[in-house]
Ligand binder design. Sequence first.
Ligand code: TYM
Length: 344
Amino acid sequence: MTDTTPTYSGPMRVFSGVQPTGNLHLGNYLGALKKFADLQKAGHDCLFCVVDLHAITLPVEKGALVSQTRQIAAAFMAAGVDPAKSVIFPQSAVLAHAELAWIFNCVARMGWVERMTQFKDKAGKDAERASVGLFTYPVLQAADILAYKATHVPVGEDQKQHLELSRDIAERFNREYGAPGFFPLPEPMIQGPGARIMSLKDGTKKMSKSDPSDLSRINLIDDADAIANKIKRAKTDAEPIPGTVEGLEGRPEVANLVGIYAALSGQTATSVLAEFEGKGFGAFKPALAEVTVAHLAPITARYRELLADPEGIDRVLADGAERARAVSEPVMQDVRRTVGFWGA
Ligand code: TYM
């Protein structure tokens, strides 16, 4: 028998979020920001959110949220997101996120959330002392996406499990409330060599804001000298560059550097390997530094320029919040009615 359950028939809509915690790095750029700009350029309807409600699941330095929120908004724009086309906004300015998260807390099952590996990583050994918010964090992430009925979510590979949870929550809501096709099952967009950028010091660990060594990552605010120095000091091995992708097996640091080169130059790993086959790192690293600086320098310059005008960023955020509310409020009206609340 064929499945006749109605599927979602609304428009394609892109949503993603970035936490206002610490400096953005090359992993955030290639895994997320660059894709945001590419999707907007392809003409899609996009919302990009600075997820400050997510940021408070861990302690935040007093008074730091506002400037960190502006920094992320500036980074979106510096990476090529145009606020006239895409909606850039702070999560806390749109109440729908918190409201829908509560409803989804009652849809998601304990067992689903307990499986989330990011909670285990972030809570560490002392999970008993972690905030309840850190535990239900992925449920809020589902609400972020579904408050806009977003269908596509560009993220790095580390968000895959959270996106699967969002699909499970959407599916269960639709079933539990007898509303087939109400929410779309959002598609993660994780493809490409930039989806998983690793630490420059350890090719088995992802590049991360929280790594104590600054040499492990390239920050979006690093200047050309800092970038060249970090690439020069990046971990490699004694073998030359292989000619095929199979030759990268068991060489995570080399695979990572080749992946970065490919992502920044818009090539496949195969074509990068064809160009550098048999060469040593004395030749490859300077070439990688050149490609990285050439790509990032204009973005960094624009980022600094934007940060010099905080009022300008605030105007973008205020306008974005208003547009985001206009999209999510009708969805929330339908959600309240579907759940069966008084007055809805
Ligand atoms: P966050 O703020 O940790 O990271 C922002 C984005 O950067 C990607 N990323 C990476 N990509 C490739 N290589 C890396 N080393 C790397 N490190 C980080 C992340 O995958 C992410 O796309 N939970 C999310 C924020 C969020 C969200 C959402 C995302 C909240 N609500 C709704 C999408 C949709 C997070 O903490 O990302």
